[in-house]
Design a protein around this ligand. Structure first.
Ligand SMILES: Nc1nc2c(ncn2[C@@H]2O[C@H](COP(=O)(O)OP(=O)(O)OP(=O)(O)O)[C@@H](O)[C@H]2O)c(=O)[nH]1
Length: 369
């Protein structure tokens, strides 16, 4: 009788210990989850959020792999990531899809279970070793598909098909809210950086980007060139063709200059009939060559304003920053000098007869000291 009691007590104690361990494990998981959530909610940029999901989530949840599909119908997500220097390829687990069709056909519901190559491989590109089990969860907000979150483990029992899905569904809801918020923030930023008349970026965008471009130039030891454009004799265009005619000329000149630049060059309407471009990894000779190409393109542009053909020319000033490794935190001064040099060269171009390119020369770190 006494022996039976002892055996029962030992069994009970062992059961209690198992339960206690499970409670401890669950509590640790919940704490990790809360920490992950709090960190996620605090992030206010899309690249940081994506980075947190792809880099940190693996550690927080002890996963062997994680990937993220995002629907990017307009290409704006890719543009935001490129502008922020974020690697926009599937090698780091991020996939941008141009429509939600593939997600709607395969991942309309969360899938939790064994990794089936035919069904799951699209969600885990560039993996060296296939996971044994996966959880593929759609990310949705207000019935709209944002993408999918894809978790993978080499353990078969990590994501079993009889597993409760509430934890993963909760995680994907939180991620969806954060992604949607960040997508909205990026959209608001984008709109606030656009010049309504010409559709190109505005001066605020230049002010925001010039520091980043200078940093990149210093980091990669590459030259950064600045071009300052001003339409010649624009006042007579307005006088002759009215403000609306002038507006049309402004828009088409902006589009023509932009067309001559690379997609990732910063190009803004600086104000009135002035435009500025920043050309990354572009030396003095190349910047002058590009400016000359723009000048010629504008010269040959014929704009129909109320059935009257209008032609304009532009004067262009160019300057080039060449980092020498001595500058650390004086970007503001370098930015000012870079733009001022191009502006002074533009002034010379006007003075020397207009419809020409003038070189403002090299801006270095040393001049600041
Ligand atoms: N239509 C239109 N005109 C603008 C806008 N912003 C500035 N302008 C006009 O641009 C003209 C600029 O004239 P000026 O600064 O005298 O220069 P300019 O006639 O181009 O002569 P130079 O620059 O010396 O070759 C002014 O008539 C402004 O009213 C705009 O958004 N729309």
């Amino acid at each position: 009788m006494e022996e039976d009691l002892t055996t029962d007590l030992v069994a009970l104690q062992s059961h209690l210990e198992t339960l206690f361990k499970r409670v401890q494990q669950n509590s640790a998981t919940l704490q990790k989850f809360r920490a992950f959530e709090i960190r996620l909610l605090k992030l206010n940029s899309l690249p940081d959020t994506i980075d947190h999901l792809l880099e940190e989530a693996k550690n927080y949840f002890d996963l062997d792999m994680i990937s993220l599909c995002l629907i990017d119908e307009t290409g704006e997500i890719a543009k935001t990531l490129i502008d922020n220097g974020y690697p926009c390829n599937s090698k780091n687990g991020l996939m941008l899809l141009d429509s939600d069709t593939s997600i709607k056909s395969t991942a309309i519901q969360p899938y939790i279970g064994v990794y089936e190559n035919s069904q799951c491989s699209d969600f885990f590109p560039h993996i060296e070793k296939q996971p044994a089990s996966v959880a593929i969860t759609p990310l949705t907000r207000r019935s709209k598909y944002l993408g999918t979150l894809n978790l993978g483990s080499y353990q078969l029992d990590r994501f079993a098909d009889n597993m409760a899905t509430d934890f993963i569904e909760h995680l994907s809801s939180v991620i969806s809210v954060c992604l949607e918020n960040n997508l909205h923030v990026e959209e608001i930023k984008r709109i606030s950086y656009i010049d309504v008349l010409t559709g190109v970026n505005n001066r605020r965008f230049l002010e925001q980007r010039i520091g980043e471009e200078l940093k990149r130039s210093q980091r990669n030891a590459e030259p950064l060139s600045c071009q300052f454009f001003d339409i010649d004799f624009f006042k007579p265009v307005n006088d002759k063709h009215g403000h609306q005619g002038g507006d049309l000329v402004l828009s088409l000149v902006a589009a023509t200059i932009k067309h001559q630049l690379r997609d990732n060059d910063v190009f803004v309407r600086y104000g009135g009939e002035e435009f500025v471009a920043l050309l990354s990894n572009t030396d003095e000779a190349k910047a002058l060559e590009t400016a000359e190409r723009v000048r010629k393109a504008i010269q040959t542009l014929v704009i129909a304003v109320n059935d009257i053909s209008v032609s304009v020319t532009v004067s262009i000033g160019v300057s080039t920053y060449v980092p020498d490794g001595t500058s650390i935190s004086i970007d503001g001064e370098i930015a000012t000098r870079l733009v001022k040099s191009a502006d002074s060269a533009l002034y010379r171009a006007k003075h020397n007869g207009r419809n020409r390119v003038e070189n403002g020369g090299i801006v270095t770190d040393k001049q600041v000291l």
